[in-house]
Write a protein that binds this ligand. Structure first.
Ligand code: NVA
Length: 316
């Protein structure tokens, strides 16, 4: 059966740990694994803007011995010029894997159902699972582990990043608190799914509306833009409601003294995070951005090897 990475809980706790170990090994030895040598091609399709995702996948696929094939979403017109199913069948005959950033999770699922090759979610409205592998790798590097840590996600928690933190964080055995204004909390099903996962890993998921309470004592504090791609027409209204959830030095002072700050970028200084925090000593955002490449290489190697990739590099 072809493996895909469509949402964070496609990887169980052991598989997530395996991918994180592989990503760490690939970071130490970036040119050791060549599962795409040939070169085999991987299609990268973007229906939304991208910088980190395109460059990290492009460089990463090349490092794996493959050919990153950029498919311009507007020209391909997937679901417009032809159906997702037809595109999936065509791509499955050309490439070894498909990386797709698009709007609807259901379209990604259709692609996976019909392509016959691994499909990777490069961000949808609902999830950003590759970002979470990079985020968890970054936290592991800074904190030495994941299980038992508390993470506070403050801001627009009803978006892909809020959902992905709930699922991936609890898979890693973390305690995930999400904090947002009314109307911007994750859907109850997301909290419920994360709670189910946490019951098997020792993690937990909690909606904590008050940002100060959410951040209190947290080991990791995460935020994201208030205006996700596709929400640009809501900018003015959102800036009014999100003010108290801005990650300022005052808010961060409630977290553990050495709490790690993450932001998937792009960041808007003075909005969801202040310059002082983003550019300050607790911020790990540049490592986090670099880790996208190592994380996604590990995801691809894992999927291409049906979950059993060969070891990489020497001992840590
Ligand atoms: N929530 C943001 C993430 C950007 C990487 C968005 O969807 O635009």
């Amino acid at each position: 059966m072809t493996l895909h990475f469509l949402r964070d809980d496609d990887l169980g706790p052991e598989q997530q740990a395996q991918v994180l170990d592989l990503a760490a090994a690939m970071k130490r030895a970036p040119y050791d694994a060549k599962p795409l040598v040939g070169p085999q091609s991987v299609a990268m399709i973007f229906d939304k803007p991208t910088l980190r995702t395109q460059t990290s996948f492009g460089a990463g696929i090349a490092e794996l011995g493959g050919n990153p094939l950029l498919v311009e979403g507007r020209l391909a017109g997937i679901g417009i010029r032809e159906s997702v199913e037809d595109v999936a069948r065509v791509l499955g005959g050309q490439v070894s894997a498909v990386v797709w950033r698009t709007f609807h999770q259901s379209d990604l699922e259709l692609m996976a159902a019909h392509s016959g090759v691994p499909v990777v979610n490069a961000l949808t409205d609902d999830f950003h699972p590759c970002q979470l592998i990079a985020d968890l790798l970054t936290v592991r590097e800074r904190c030495g582990g994941l299980a038992g840590l508390t993470v506070a996600f403050v801001g627009d928690a009803a978006c892909n990043m809020g959902n992905s933190w709930l699922l991936a964080g609890t898979t890693a055995g973390m305690h995930v608190r999400v904090s947002a204004p009314e109307g911007f909390m994750p859907a109850p099903e997301m909290i419920q799914r994360a709670t189910e996962i946490g019951a098997t890993t020792g993690g937990s998921a909690l909606a904590v509306p008050d940002p100060v309470k959410a951040v209190a004592g947290a080991d990791v504090v995460v935020t994201d833009t208030w205006i996700s791609m596709g929400k640009e027409n809501e900018e003015q209204a959102r800036e009014v409601v999100f003010g108290d959830w801005s990650l300022t030095a005052d808010l961060l002072a409630h977290a553990a003294p050495d709490a790690v700050v993450l932001h998937c970028l792009p960041a808007y200084r003075g909005k969801e995070i202040t310059a002082e925090v983003l550019d300050g000593p607790q911020s790990a955002v540049w490592d986090e951005a670099e880790n996208r490449r190592h994380a996604q290489k590990a995801v691809l190697a894992f999927l291409l090897a049906d979950g059993a990739p060969p070891p990489v590099g020497g001992d840590p």
